[in-house]
Design a protein around this ligand. Sequence first.
Ligand SMILES: C=CC1=C(C)c2cc3[nH]c(cc4nc(cc5[nH]c(cc1n2)c(C)c5CCC(=O)O)C(CCC(=O)O)=C4C)c(C)c3C=C
Ligand SMILES: [Fe+2]
Length: 440
Amino acid sequence: MTGVTNTPSSTSSSPSSSTSPDADAPAAGGISRRRLLGTAGGAAAAGLVVGAAGGAGVATAVSSQGEGPAVLASLGTAKAMFHGKHQAGITTPLQARGHLIAFDLAPGSGRKEATALLRRWSEVAQQLMAGRPLAGEDTGVAFDAGPSSLTVTFGFGRTFFDRTGLTAKRPVELDPLPDFSSDRLDARRSNGDLWVQIGADDALVAFHALRAVQREAGDAARVRWQMNGFNRSPGATAAPMTTRNLMGQVDGTGNPKPSEPDFEKRIFVPEKGGPAGQEWMAGGSYAVVRRIRMLLDDWEKLPRGEQEAVIGRRKKDGAPLTGGDEFTEPDLQKAGPNGKLVIASDAHSRISAPEQNGGAAMLRRPFSYHDGISADGVPDAGLLFICWQADPMRGFVPVQRKLDRGDALSKFIRHESSGLFAVPGGPREGEYVGQRLLEA
Ligand SMILES: C=CC1=C(C)c2cc3[nH]c(cc4nc(cc5[nH]c(cc1n2)c(C)c5CCC(=O)O)C(CCC(=O)O)=C4C)c(C)c3C=C
Ligand SMILES: [Fe+2]
């Protein structure tokens, strides 16, 4: 078994990087603590910011061609851990590139084929996340680059369980999401037996992993849908900051922070004390995936002040309209001189806030997407909205129900596809992802 080690110096060139003695120790979420801290101090872990790793530091890393040490820029050396309590790609800081791909098991494929597939996928993910070339004939697409924060995250859809004879192990959390009145969902681009999320700070590293995952599916599974996304590149901003979406808003500020006492409980399935038969989900999380089109032609016509009223936050810095900076608590009761609420009753950030939803919270970790111009001449662009929670009924569902009833943003977005996946905990050394489900 090949272990995964931390790369020396990693992204420590960021001005805000920690000098903590155990800064290279793996942190929750499977990325070195130095990377988490180095990305944006406390805010990194919180807001899953991008934009930090572009410092001038260099590090020595093993060349992906296996020809001895090569000097890589700091971005390339950053390495997420394959093994750990949770799979990587959940609390990992946002990466610049993302691919989401869903598969259906091929006719005739059952538990045996699925088990072999998860073994192959895990091996590939482990090698590539460590920055090593694949055994056999590697395509070479990622030669010269380091792991570049690559994460490959695997999930199971509701239909997987019937197809593999594991219906008794299917968690109730995978019950279909309710219909929402504003849904315009394309079933062919929704759900799937298996889901893989790939993220990396280099486009070629991400593509290389995507092709490897597709190839290893072999005859066992067929691609159901694929979506490609992006975020800001690390180092593009003067200082690390929360990312922006394609509407130009600072997006991610209100995310639960790993430093909060209830973070683990909200985002991850407990390691002990869960329902009988669901032990395989210990340390896992449920991912809700929505492809949300932004109606950018309409949005961009709206004056800045009205755009800000739709969200309840300033565009320039993401601060609440009630004042302060990005991380100041919004004052939801504050009225202006005209007696009206400063943050309107239909403002997106008011309606989605945990305190308005019985504490319901989720960790949003999206990618933007742009798939050109649709037949009707408008941009096919928006958000690959991915949110993580221990239970969708205490995360996405109540919040989306409320947004569906009266969110000012809903005039400018359209939910076009949907998926719900059970993402098991991270594999232990020597294990493959999902082994505790498939071999129990
Ligand atoms: C059901 C969950 C949510 C969907 C769907 C959703 C879509 C969506 N959101 C934005 C932009 C922003 N959202 C912001 C905050 C925010 N959004 C949700 C949930 C959903 N958003 C939550 C739980 C929160 C946090 C609320 C809080 O804690 O106060 C913000 C404000 C900044 C921030 O906190 O991130 C923006 C901007 C878009 C563009 C979008 C669909 C395309
Ligand atoms: Fe939102």
